[in-house]
Design a protein around this ligand. Structure first.
Ligand code: PLP
Length: 377
């Protein structure tokens, strides 16, 4: 049972089929001038249009395909900022794909500041109001936190920022929101929005950056002028087509899936609520992600002991699982003892209530066994 769907998801059969079909039948270089190349190029354009529709983008807006969200995040940041162009603001709980860039820019002498998180893990609107001054040129705040599922009020933050400085560029990493919540980039008001294919049952190695019409992005990868000159490199046509297919599939079921996942989350919390070592760090927010601790048992120990039952959960974020500290939970003022034992359980529509009950049972069993051995010592 795979309860680590925030790290990646299983590809939809139809997306996989598209991937194979295009790899076999339309493997041509989309930049080639002959008819077959144009065919491949047309497939990219169709995929672009259908993902733009799912995102609620305007026809004039751009969507730039990348190798994934990490690259899209970096294109958003490095493509927008200018040295001495103004202050840069980031949320304290951003994914390393954003946070590491922020740190790097800070080291290079850019004027960087970070917005605090609330106890619930969302960006603190009061702190945002304090720090979002007229000289802020660029902001990056994630939509849904990948460790806790906390949903930050992006629309409200955009409105505040643009009222203070209409020229500010607002980027949001929407990786854990897209395909799970109803996302409409036009109504959010963002200038840039990052999405990733493998988090929504598409293939790995492909993502995209939504770019609002009028935003002047500098390319980060230069070369053959692909993707409107914003991202050089031959496009991964099969993956792009399969990504669009996964987007369409998932977009039809957002409401149904959301209700189902909410039931799974409720089942988990209900099963744990009277269990003494249990501490919850996900309040409200997206039901797809639960962050919680089983105090006294290290996350890694629990994670490995569940493997014997073919149960897979995450510890914090998979991308930062090798690091012991956890920025998001620290920013939420979660105690060190709880951070060490924090695990991440993330659902997919494929799981059923019975699976979650089994998960609850096995976690309790393993935590009890571990703690009783500790206690005996
Ligand atoms: N941003 C967030 C919020 C994520 O959860 C992830 C993946 O864990 C990424 C970015 C990186 O995505 P990708 O694997 O597509 O580079």
């Amino acid at each position: 049972m795979f309860f680590d769907n925030a790290s990646t998801t299983k590809i939809f059969p139809s997306a996989l089929q598209k991937y194979v079909e295009v790899s076999e039948n339309c493997f041509y270089n989309p930049s080639a001038l002959y008819g077959k190349g144009v065919e491949a190029h047309n497939l990219i354009d169709e995929a672009r249009m259908s993902i733009k529709n799912v995102l609620g983008a305007d026809r004039s807006d751009q969507l730039i395909f990348t190798s994934g969200a990490t690259e899209a995040d970096q294109l958003a940041i490095l493509g927008s900022i200018r040295k001495n162009g103004g202050k840069l603001l980031f949320g304290l709980g951003e994914h390393p794909a954003v946070d590491q860039v922020a740190k790097e820019l800070e080291n290079k002498g850019y004027d960087v500041d970070y917005i605090a998180l609330t106890r619930e893990g969302t960006v603190d609107v009061e702190d945002f109001k304090r720090k979002c001054t007229k000289d802020v040129a660029f902001i990056s705040i994630m939509h849904v936190n990948n460790e806790t599922g906390a949903v930050s009020p992006i629309k409200q933050l955009v409105t505040i920022a643009k009222t203070i400085n209409p020229k500010v560029i607002f980027h949001s990493d929407g990786v854990q929101a897209f395909g799970k919540l109803k996302v409409n980039v036009t109504s959010l008001g963002v200038d840039l929005y990052t999405i990733s294919s493998h988090k929504i049952h598409g293939p790995k190695g492909v993502g995209a950056l939504y770019v609002k019409n009028g935003i002047n992005l500098k390319p980060v990868t230069i070369g053959g002028g692909q993707e409107f000159g914003k991202r050089g490199g031959t496009e991964n046509v099969p993956a792009i087509v399969a990504f669009a297919d996964a987007c369409t599939t998932i977009s039809h079921d957002i409401d149904v899936n959301y209700q189902h996942i909410q039931t799974l989350k409720d089942t988990f919390i209900d099963g744990m609520k009277d269990y003494l070592p249990f501490r919850l760090h996900s309040f409200g927010g997206s039901p797809y992600i639960i962050s919680c601790s089983f105090v006294g048992m290290k996350a890694e120990t629990l994670l490995h002991s569940l493997e014997q039952y073919d149960i897979y959960i995450g510890n914090g974020s998979a991308c930062s699982s090798k690091k012991t500290n956890n920025r998001t939970l620290s920013a939420m003022k979660v105690s060190n003892e709880e951070i060490i034992s924090a695990v991440r359980i993330s659902f997919s529509f494929e799981q059923q209530i019975e699976d979650v009950k089994y998960l609850v049972e096995k976690i309790k069993q393993e935590v009890d066994r571990y703690l009783s051995v500790l206690y005996r010592k």
